[in-house]
Structures are given as C-alpha cells and as structure tokens.
Design a protein around this ligand. Structure first.
Ligand code: PLP
Length: 342
C-alpha cells in the first residue's frame, strides 16, 4: 500500500472494515482522540471470530476500559518534573529525551504519553525557538552525549524540519549519539522515503528504535523498509510493550523476536506497561513478563531476547528485571516496596 491516508474516527474505521464500531466510541474519542493509518487498519483480521480480540484492533481501536481508569496518574514517570526546558527531559547524566512533535501515524491506545494528546491537546511540532533553547541546555551540559528524539513520532515531521533538528543537534560537540524513536516502520512504512533514509544515514551515531509488538506487524512493507534502513548503515533496535491480550504470550513474543532477528532488528527492550491513566487494562503484572523471560531462557537465542524493564514511578528510571533475581516468588525490593500499583 502506498497511499498515506489517515482515518480520524473509529466509526469511519469500522465502516471501512464493515464491522460494528466500538461501544461508546464517541465519549472515548472526545477524551483520547482516534487516529489510524489506512495501512495499519488494513492489518486487522476482519475474518476473526471476535474482532475485538484481534491484536491490531486492540492496539488502535478505542475501548471503554480507557475511560474506566480514572485513578492512575497522567504522568507517573514525572516526565513533566524532569523537563528542564520545554520538550527536553533530563533524567540520566549522559542522555536526554527531546519531544519534537506530537504527531503519530496511529494513536496507540496504550500510549504512555497519552497526556500529550488527550482532550485534544496535541503537542505541536517543536519551534525553532524551542529547539534553540534545548540546544543551549545541551551545550551547557556537555555530560549529555546522547539525545533520544521522541514525541509523538519524529518520522512524522517533514523532511526539512527533521533535517533541521538533526543538523542542530549534531552540531553540538558533546552529542555523539542520536537515538530516534519511531513507530512509523510499523504503522505506516510507506511514509519513509529513500530520501529520508539517506538523510538519517548521513549522521554518524544515529540509531533507530522502532516498536513492533506483534508478529502480524512484520509485513512485507515493514520488513522491506527495515532492510533498506539497515542497508543504509543505520542500526535498528526494537522495543516492545507487554500488552495484556495482545502479546502477553511466550509463543507470540517468540515468533515476533525470531522474526525481528532474521531481519537484523535487535529486540532491545520489553517494557511492562507504565501505570498511566487510560491504559491500565493493558497491564499484565510483572510476574507475567518474568514468566515469559524464564521460558525464553532455554528456548530462545540471546540475540532475540530483549531486556525486560519497568519504568519506576516518580522519574526513578528504568529497572531491568530478570527471573533469577527472584527466589520463591519474591521480586526485587523496588517492586515489593509498593512503588508499583500492579
Ligand atoms: C528511557 C529513557 C532514557 C533512555 O534510557 P536507556 O536505559 O538508555 O534506554 C533516557 N531518558 C529518559 C527520560 C528515559 O525515559
């Protein structure tokens, strides 16, 4: 599929698929807007007996459960608190996150930055003045050697805007690594042109972090795009979010991770979902991730096994969890300490 069109209501999406729209869709979308690319929508298996259990459907179609979660915080990772200048999140000494746009090719219903697009408050593209301030901060803090370019999705920016941002960041002497996080290779691969790939390959130290969650997302188009990106010399890592009912199954994840290493995409992180308002119904519990990891121990090449991690609340940062840290059902003290609501 080469067209690049977006569907902005689940009612319209359901009409295209010739199925019933999700219950209560209008109320849900008033709070958490809907957006899906025609490409990603086409990955839904409409022949499935229970379409609402389809892994692609669950990731992009609204669910009333989003509105039922009124207790979780909107920013449990304290990203706002660790925002040092607008759009720049500085949590660790050597790396910082820059939010360059609020746009995405598909609104993932489990998004941990739902706060940046709920109630119609979509983050605009970064302005030149904002970028200049972020760059001034990075220059003044030369211990930061890596910028994670995130959003939204940086590959939704126009070629010129992205080129400008990458040029500005790479002109900072202390910055040697750019980690660009994008789900476009999964949700709308045709958006990434050869010209864009050439641009990305012109920066040394640029890594792409993409986000496949299910083997059904490994389509001809996305595999072809990842191949072209890797051929251009850009390494690709993948992060997966463990999602209840979507991929919280060792065999599903095994198929995904095996598929990824065949195309030279390294499974890097498997995240437990963050306790963000509106996504709680996707939470599996940490035990589920550890159980899957124990299964991988003997069955899966270490090339294919990602690090299972949780992001601690209050900006505490990521913690990697491994089954052998646990003895007889006891989990690390960070978990036992009641810091996590799950
Ligand atoms: C995840 C994250 C990073 C990157 O951490 P790594 O362990 O290098 O993947 C940096 N800053 C913030 C705020 C993060 O959330």
């Amino acid at each position: 599929m080469t067209s690049k069109s977006f569907i902005k209501s689940s009612l319209e999406a359901a009409e295209i698929l010739k199925v019933e729209p999700p219950e209560n869709h209008q109320d849900i979308e008033n709070k958490y807007p809907f957006l899906v690319s025609d490409y990603y929508l086409s990955l839904i298996d409409t022949s499935a007996r229970d379409i609402e259990n389809d892994p692609i459907w669950q990731q992009c179609m609204p669910s009333s459960l989003e509105l039922e979660d009124t207790e979780s915080e909107i920013d449990p990772l304290a990203e706002e608190m660790q925002t040092v200048v607008p759009r720049l999140i500085h949590r660790y000494p050597d790396r910082a996150v820059l939010l360059v746009t609020g746009k995405c090719a598909t609104r993932c219903r489990f998004c941990f930055r739902k706060r940046t697009w709920s109630d119609g408050n979509e983050l605009a593209d970064i302005s030149k003045a904002e970028l200049a301030k972020a760059c001034a901060y990075l220059r003044a803090n030369p211990k930061i050697s890596e910028v994670l370019i995130s959003g939204g999705d940086p590959l939704m920016l126009s070629y010129d805007k992205l080129a400008f941002i990458l040029d500005e960041l790479s002109s900072i002497k202390s910055i040697s690594i750019l980690r660009l996080g994008s789900r476009v290779p999964v949700t709308l691969p045709s958006l990434v042109t050869n010209k864009m790939i050439k641009l990305l390959s012109s920066y040394s130290g640029l890594w792409l972090m993409t986000h496949f969650n299910h083997p059904r997302e490994l389509t001809f188009e996305s595999i072809k795009l990842c191949g072209d990106i890797i051929k251009a010399g850009i390494p690709i890592l993948n992060q997966t979010v463990l999602l209840k009912g979507v991929n919280d199954d060792a065999l599903v994840l095994e198929e995904l991770f095996r598929g990824l290493i065949v195309i030279k995409v390294k499974p890097h992180y498997l995240f437990h979902i963050d306790p963000v308002r509106g996504v709680r119904h996707f939470a599996t519990g940490i035990e589920k991730g550890l159980e899957i990891l124990s299964y991988f121990r003997s069955t899966l090449s270490s090339l294919a096994v990602p690090t299972f991690a949780i992001d601690l609340p209050e900006g505490g940062g990521k913690v990697a969890l491994q089954p052998e840290y646990c003895c007889e059902g006891k989990y690390p003290s960070v978990v036992d300490g009641g810091l996590l609501p799950y």
